[in-house]
Design a protein. Structure first.
Length: 169
């Protein structure tokens, strides 16, 4: 199958989902190595989870290990406000502190992930909490192409975990 994909001039990409370094087993590493030898590329998506990986050292170690085995960290997702899973949510302020801490621990080549919120309006990159008390974001994907790449902000609310927790204006 991978040879057929390559013959069409395309590259097979598999998106892994390692949320914690403890999930990167020897078996997973061997399978990834086997597929990489066949030309498959790998990306990783992680979800920021309270009391699981909400620690910059844990996530930096996870992302460094991913790079070591040829899996490029792509997205660090802000946890969705899902019924029954609110105990896993991390505030936006804490998420930004964690992403800064991750970046302080990684080499330049390892800083490949984006801190993202997969909102119903599109994929939103969470950029920073400004000195002006606003959360700055940018549409990474959106149904309306003119919004992609556009930076916008909302007033920060302490303990806000989602775009809908932030007032417009």
């Amino acid at each position: 199958m991978f040879q057929r994909i390559q013959k069409t001039g395309k590259t097979a990409i598999i998106v892994a989902h390692f949320d914690h370094i403890g999930e990167i087993s020897g078996y997973a590493v061997r399978q990834i190595q086997t597929l990489r030898a066949r030309g498959v590329q790998f990306l990783n998506q992680s979800v920021l989870l309270a009391k699981v990986n909400d620690d910059p050292e844990v996530l930096a170690a996870t992302f460094a290990k991913c790079h070591q085995i040829g899996v490029r960290p792509y997205y660090l997702f802000q946890g969705r406000p899902v019924r029954g899973a609110s105990h896993f949510q991390v505030s936006l302020r804490r998420g930004l502190e964690i992403t800064r801490g991750i970046n302080q621990r990684l080499s330049g080549i390892q800083k490949t992930f984006k801190y993202i919120m997969s909102h119903y309006t599109g994929k939103i990159e969470i950029l920073d909490l400004g000195d002006d008390g606003r959360v700055y974001m940018r549409y990474h994907q959106n149904k309306m192409p003119e919004k992609i790449g556009r930076i916008f902000s909302r007033p920060h609310v302490e303990d806000a975990c989602w775009l809908d927790d932030l007032p417009e204006g």
